[in-house]
Design a protein around this ligand. Structure first.
Ligand code: CTP
Length: 448
């Protein structure tokens, strides 16, 4: 009996997939089809797969061509499967010619002719609006957005806006952006959506004008500096039926979601304490260190450190205490936010002029989770127990610098693929803005 194996995502099952499976089946007597999981696809940079793993498996099953269907979830699995199932022929479409030649050490490798003019990518794009996005602000974060854009299908950067002509022009040239505007209204007319990466104090105004013009908004944190303004922006978005997404990138990282789920699963018992720290020594001449009104450690990092706390304990804390170490100019070099909940307590620490261990520790009644720096781009974490020799290691997949996950979420939301807000809820954002407002009041009056 000749055993044949093939792999694919099989998203939005199409004629090309069917033809490929028919041809693969003809190569032997027994066909095994490997269908990739969402996480594996994400890890390979395919972040916009629409059908769930179960739907994709079901679509392959319905063809009646597969004698066996398996799930592919990790790098290197093909080699394992070929040996495990005693496979004689490995086959995929001709778009992969050469890629899998290394499998020739284990079996025959055949690249089958690919069906022209159809692909899941084309179907996804045809089905969905390609989001034509413009970047507001061309400073330090914007280039990272440009670099990650190519990993997310369905989004095109077409314009940049910066009232400072020189910086804008330079950016446009360097990153080959189609158009550059110094007039915000003209810029808004050109785009479907905006990514706001301008200085903190300008986010609200840019976001509000974009939303009122009916444009989707992805804004760097904080989108507004008060609770009232944050609520107002969400209300406009709801009324206009458009998307407002706050760019706290940790929230969209698959590894962070996994970590939160581990904590919620009961593995460490009841959660009693959460301690999150994020510090980066900023250049003394930078905006973070010189802008006493809109710079400083809290505004830079508090959203990240508050995120795991709100995820695990909710937003209804009993009391809050904020303390800072201030620079001569009144800016917070280091800030500690202490929250008390009925079931436990939490601390969020942020630094731009004091360096500490950037870790996340979630303490429970049976053990604790330790995620080392940079836990905010969750690549690994451990569950530890009383017995120091017992350690469970987790290494979730993580690609790029984290932005692609929030971009992908934004595109999915615009296209109504992703409907739920569980990754970052309006309630969480509003709670963060409430603390931001409280902090800014205290800082302005030096009550920290
Ligand atoms: N395939 C094919 N002809 C097509 C499209 C896909 O023969 N027109 C083959 C691929 O070469 C692969 C299998 O079908 O062996 C599964 O491919 P998959 O990557 O799931 O489909 P694509 O349509 O290529 O998906 P995407 O656009 O996301 O890359």
């Amino acid at each position: 009996m000749t055993k044949v194996i093939t792999y694919g995502t099989f998203d939005l099952f199409h004629q090309g997939h069917l033809n490929l499976l028919k041809r693969a089946k003809k190569l032997g007597d027994y066909l095994i089809v490997g269908v990739t999981t969402e996480h594996f696809d994400e890890a390979r940079g395919k972040v916009n797969v629409i059908d769930s793993t179960l739907e994709r498996v079901e679509n392959v099953r319905k063809t009646g061509l597969a004698d066996e269907i398996i799930i592919e979830d990790h790098e290197g699995q093909k080699m394992e499967d070929i040996q495990k199932y005693g496979v004689d022929i490995f086959t995929v479409g001709s778009d992969w010619v050469g890629t899998f030649d290394y499998l020739k050490a284990f079996c025959k490798v055949i690249y089958l002719e690919r069906t022209p003019d159809v692909s899941s990518t084309m179907l996804r794009e045809g089905r969905f609006q390609i989001v034509q996005i413009g970047i507001v602000g061309t400073g330090r974060i914007a280039p990272r957005f440009v670099a990650e854009e190519k990993y997310v299908s369905g989004i095109n950067i077409i314009a940049a806006y910066n009232p400072e002509v020189e910086s804008g022009n330079e950016f446009q040239k360097k990153y080959e952006i189609d158009t550059y505007f110094e007039d915000y209204d003209a810029f808004l007319e050109k785009v479907d959506a905006v990514y706001i990466a301008s200085p903190n104090e300008t986010h609200y105004d840019y976001a509000r004008r974009a939303l009122l013009a009916g444009k989707h908004v992805l804004s760097e944190n904080p989108v507004a500096l008060s609770k009232e303004k944050t609520i107002e922006l969400y209300q406009i978005a709801r009324e206009k039926d458009i998307i407002l997404l706050e760019g706290i990138k940790t929230a969209y990282c698959p590894g962070f979601q996994q970590l939160i789920n581990t904590a919620r699963s009961g593995q460490i018992g009841e959660i009693r304490d959460v301690e999150a720290c994020y510090s980066r020594l900023a250049d003394p001449m930078s905006r973070e260190r010189t802008d006493a009104r809109f710079g400083g450690a809290f505004l830079e990092f508090a959203a990240y450190t508050l995120l795991p706390i709100f995820k695990l304990f909710g937003t209804h804390y009993e009391s809050v205490q904020i303390e800072s170490i201030l620079d001569d100019n009144g800016l917070d070099l280091y800030t500690k936010i202490m929250l008390r909940y009925p079931q436990g307590m939490a601390t969020a620490k942020c630094g731009v002029g004091v360096k500490s261990e950037g870790q996340l520790v979630i303490a429970g009644t049976k053990g604790y989770i330790l995620a080392e720096s940079p836990w905010w781009l969750t690549r690994k974490y451990q569950v530890r127990y009383e017995n120091p020799n017992q350690i469970d290691n987790y290494e979730p997949r993580f690609q790029g610098d984290g932005l692609r996950y929030e971009m992908s979420e934004f595109v999915s939301k615009i296209n109504h693929v992703e409907k739920s807000d569980y990754k970052l809820t309006e309630e969480e954002i509003v709670a963060i803005s409430e603390l931001t407002e409280l902090f800014m009041e205290k800082r302005a009056t030096r009550q920290l």
